[in-house]
Design a protein around this ligand. Structure first.
Ligand code: DAT
Ligand code: MG
Length: 143
């Protein structure tokens, strides 16, 4: 994996449950991101807590871990120049109500918590989050 060219995303439980996975992946491809790793799984509450450890002091942390472990999710590593910046722009603001029209969160998000997708906030986060979910054998770096 090349730092600076990848980002990590998750399709969150509500979006998955609503069968938005196909539409979201299609939008990702249309924006010229390449998927270099992909899986479906359900996090335990402890795994969600470890993934979101940076938020452990926030008032919504317990609820967030509860929600993120409440059902299956899709995890993926996306490759593109400036992947982190471009993907954050493409998913829109954390709160779907504030997200720009046409962004993934504005189209598929239902609330600030259930905002359809995760997107890494920095290159360091992208590397950490990708390694959290995927082993080297599951990552097609040259794809
Ligand atoms: P982002 O996902 O845009 O990077 P974040 O890192 O600040 O946002 O927060 C992580 C997730 O936590 C976010 O996607 C949804 C949830 N969250 C953030 N702020 C919240 C709030 N005020 N109430 C409930 N959930 C919140
Ligand atoms: Mg974040």
């Amino acid at each position: 994996m090349e730092k600076g060219k990848i980002t990590f995303t998750m399709i969150k439980p509500t979006a998955f449950k609503n069968n938005y996975t196909g539409d979201i992946l299609k939008m990702i491809y249309q924006k010229k991101f390449r998927i270099i790793a992909l899986k479906m799984m359900q996090l335990t509450k402890d795994q969600a807590a470890a993934f979101y450890i940076e938020h452990k002091e926030r008032p919504f942390y317990a609820e967030l871990c509860e929600f993120m472990s409440s059902g299956p999710i899709i995890a993926a590593i996306l490759k593109k120049e400036n992947a982190v910046r471009d993907y954050r722009q493409f998913i829109g603001s954390t709160n779907p109500i504030e997200a720009e029209k046409g962004t993934i969160r504005s189209v598929f998000g239902s609330s600030v918590e259930q905002n359809a997708v995760h997107g890494s906030d920095s290159d360091d986060s992208a590397m950490r989050e990708s390694s959290f979910f995927f082993s080297d054998l599951e990552i097609f770096s040259n794809f």
